[in-house]
Design a protein around this ligand. Structure first.
Ligand code: NDP
Length: 445
């Protein structure tokens, strides 16, 4: 890194013990060196120094009572990272691994991702170290209500509009929305990912997975390829993985593997998505159960082995840093020529270097998985209008947005002398809009 190294050093010093946050900032600053050279006025106005510091970080106690009357205390967070181009927007993650580092990395990435969508949304992220797994519905409800009791003081339809993420699905959004409404006595679009009968948008459930495939389809087309006839490996078996699989199948590809945090399934004839939806969305069971229903499929304990399966295209849709250098090398060795990130930061920096060195068609998360938040912004628009668009209308808008994200990232990469490097292209294209707004707004003394 060149002139922005000083800012990186300050980030490390000011945020000790936050490796995920450091990783995310380093990747972005590295891409922005060329922008800093072109825009000395932004350097002088401290735009780069300011963008790495969250506008506000809220950390709070979340007490709740389990079904046996025992009191538990979790920690809640909301990182309001940047509101230069719109209200803070980003998901709420409920997972035992949640901490400030992970939420700051996610909130930081969200700034650029949201900007790339072309819609007026700032960047934020939140959540808690609460684990919904193994809890009863009533326990989840009590946790969500307690969480929202505090969070409601800091959010609003024009201030900060959270959404779902890992561990926060339709059930959790429902409990949180109910509590917000109870406390504030208002029916506004304060959360997205809502149910269809109470302000939700069609396509929101499918959006991240579908959007990932629309983005990759465009990237493949630019290289004279398509999903048709390809073998695809998808990791995870949650919201993003399920709908990425559905769209791959619609586009003529065949997904042969899925995983969860315990292990992965391999079905050489192609994953039967109806079974996966029943197991994961309805019964909340483990992916290993799939092989009890489809005897030709194989289950293997442990997650990383999924990247040893031969495929043309890999779509990591589970969690951060799930593909390390070794797994990336295996993918390349086995002939994989495209990687599209459904999850946030699923590839380590070593893995990304391997993709770029091997000319893999690589769709980085902040561009490739922006379909979820884009559709969330479309949900906000519909809430403001008190109106709903049809499935086809929202899907067509989503597709347009993803195609544009690809084109803008690709054009920015070319303009700044890094043709085909969509990591740099996405960082630059996302940054330009936010930096222009931050510069225009001046500095508050
Ligand atoms: P879900 O909670 O619905 O699913 C996550 C899936 O990943 C589960 O199957 C989970 O398994 C699995 N998983 C978790 N850790 C691992 C691991 N170490 N190895 C293999 N599998 C693992 O979350 P989403 O599908 O919503 O989110 C997935 C990713 O996509 C996250 O990175 C999220 O931030 C990102 N994302 C999501 C968006 C959305 O709209 N939902 C939007 C943009 C990004 P298990 O059940 O065992 O935990």
């Amino acid at each position: 890194m060149g002139s922005l190294q000083k800012i990186m050093d300050q980030v490390v010093k000011r945020n000790p013990g936050e490796p995920e946050f450091h990783q995310a900032v380093a990747e972005v600053l590295e891409s922005l060196e060329v922008v800093a050279e072109k825009h000395p006025e932004w350097v002088k106005a401290g735009v780069f120094d300011r963008i790495v510091e969250p506008e506000r970080q809220i950390i709070f106690r979340v007490p709740w009572v389990d079904d046996n009357g025992n009191v538990h205390v979790n920690r809640g967070f909301r990182i309001q990272f940047n509101s230069a181009i719109g209200p803070y927007k980003g998901g709420l993650r409920l997972h035992p691994s949640v901490n400030a580092s992970i939420l700051k990395f996610l909130g930081f990435e969200q700034i650029f991702k949201n900007s790339l969508t072309g819609l007026p949304i700032g960047g934020g992220k939140g959540g808690s170290d609460f684990d919904p797994k193994g809890k009863s519905d009533n326990e989840v409800m009590r946790f969500c209500q307690s969480f929202m009791t505090e969070l409601s003081k800091h959010i609003g339809a024009d201030t900060d509009v959270p959404a779902g993420d890992i561990g926060t699905g339709a059930r959790e959004i429902g409990y949180m929305y109910g509590q917000y409404k109870r406390l504030r006595n208002e029916y506004t679009g304060v959360l997205t990912g809502k149910g269809l009968t109470w302000g939700g948008s069609l396509v929101r459930t499918e959006a991240t997975g579908y959007g990932l495939c629309y983005f990759m389809d465009e990237a493949l087309k630019a290289k004279g390829k398509s999903f048709k006839g390809t073998t695809v490996v998808v990791s995870g078996s949650g919201n993003v993985a399920i709908y990425a699989t559905e769209k791959v199948h619609q586009l003529g590809g065949k997904v042969v593997a899925l995983s969860d945090s315990n292990g992965y399934i391999y079905d050489p004839e192609g994953i039967k998505l109806d079974t996966v939806k029943q197991l994961k969305e309805v019964e909340r069971k483990r992916i290993s159960e799939y092989v009890n229903i489809h005897k030709n499929a194989i289950y293997t304990e442990g997650c990383s082995g999924i990247w040893s399966i031969k495929c043309d295209i890999a779509l990591p849709c589970a969690t951060q840093n799930e593909i390390d250098g070794k797994s990336a090398e295996l993918l390349v060795k086995n002939g994989c020529y495209a990687v599209g990130e459904g999850a946030n930061m699923p590839s380590t920096p070593e893995a990304v270097h391997i993709y770029l060195n091997n000319k893999i068609i690589y769709g980085p998360a902040k561009a490739a998985n922006a379909g979820g938040v884009a559709t969330s912004a479309l949900e906000m628009s519909q809430n403001s209008m008190r109106y709903s668009w049809t499935f086809e209308e929202v899907d067509a808008k989503l597709k347009d947005i993803m195609v544009n994200i690809y084109r803008n990232a690709s054009a920015a990469a070319k303009e700044y002398g890094m043709e085909d490097n969509l990591v740099a292209g996405a960082n630059i294209a996302g940054f330009l809009k936010v930096a222009t707004a931050m510069y225009a707004h001046g500095i508050a003394y």
